[in-house]
Design a protein around this ligand. Structure first.
Ligand code: NAD
Ligand code: ZN
Length: 266
């Protein structure tokens, strides 16, 4: 793999200039975009994986082990906090959309905050599904997660499907589940259509999701990585910004939309 193919410049100015020249910007987000909304990520210190056994969270175990489901329902109250609000990173994506420069957001997040921030559904591709909904694994019945959570809070540790008695689960893609083919095709098509790709708040170690920034780099699309810490794909990027998504992404969008920026829309 050609990891250090292109020079890496770590500054906002370079990243801003790349985005100023772009017309169809794809923003790819991970859990780090929502930590400033109070939703913990997986891998940061204090993140969910430092407190829960990841083997308990996988799909095969969820189906076969009622104890794992009870843990998952307890965890849900923390992970899919239904009262979380979008932060400036989510709002920066909306600003890009309003300026007509956002091709779409591809998100690994299941928290629904991009839509809450005001992005129209057709601009959001949730490759890991939505924690705002539950789905029955047997009959496919779906409903608002708030209803299932209310049942848990009323004392049901592992609420069953009210239609068929089957196992219900968040409508998310858990470890061991596949991303639906049409969702993945849409994410790939967006990546191919973009003329810049900004990965924000993702450790870029979860596959196949992390294959998308790799694809962008392979296509020669300008790749910008914004994250609190280094990622394994930093060497592929045209610019890398280390810091907080809630301040860096708005600054980057401002730079991209600045009227004096070369190539910016007037
Ligand atoms: P991850 O936990 O692997 O990585 C998050 C990255 O974001 C880390 O590298 C961390 O340093 C960085 N980060 C944390 N806060 C940040 C901030 N404020 N600004 C900039 N960077 C910050 O998350 P991932 O790459 O998205 O992969 C984990 C998987 O877990 C995803 O598939 C996702 O579906 C799921 N997940 C989703 C949520 C959510 O919906 N909010 C929360 C936890 C996990
Ligand atoms: Zn059912």
């Amino acid at each position: 793999m050609e990891l250090a193919r292109r020079p890496v410049a770590g500054d906002l100015e370079r990243a801003g200039a790349l985005l100023a020249a772009a017309r169809r910007i794809v923003v790819f987000t991970g859990a780090g975009v929502s930590t400033e909304s109070g939703i913990p990520d997986f891998r940061s210190p204090g993140g969910l994986w430092t407190r829960y056994d990841p083997r308990q969270l996988g799909f095969p175990r969820y189906v076969s082990d009622p104890a794992a489901r009870r843990v998952a329902w307890r965890l849900r109250r923390e992970l899919h906090r239904l009262d979380a609000r979008p932060n400036p990173a989510h709002l920066a994506c909306v600003r890009l959309a309003e300026a007509g420069r956002l091709a779409g957001v591809i998100t690994q997040n299941v928290d629904g905050l991009h839509t809450d921030a005001g992005l129209p559904a057709e601009l959001v591709c949730e490759i890991h599904g939505s924690g705002r909904l539950f789905v029955c694994l047997d009959c496919g019945d779906r409903g608002p997660m708030a209803e299932a959570v209310a049942r848990v809070e009323a004392g049901e540790e592992d609420p069953a499907c009210l239609a068929c008695g089957g196992i219900i689960k968040a409508a998310t893609v858990s470890f061991g589940q596949r991303i639906p083919a049409e969702v993945w095709a849409r994410a790939e098509a967006l990546t191919v259509a973009g003329d810049a790709f900004v990965a924000v708040g993702s450790s870029l170690v979860v596959y196949p999701a992390a294959g998308l920034p790799r694809l962008a780099a392979r296509l020669g699309t300008a790749l910008v990585i914004v994250n609190r810490e280094p990622t394994p794909l930093d060497g592929l990027a045209d610019a890398v910004l280390h810091g907080e998504a809630g301040s860096l992404l708005p600054a980057l969008v401002e730079a991209a939309l600045a009227p004096e920026a070369p190539g910016a829309r007037r």
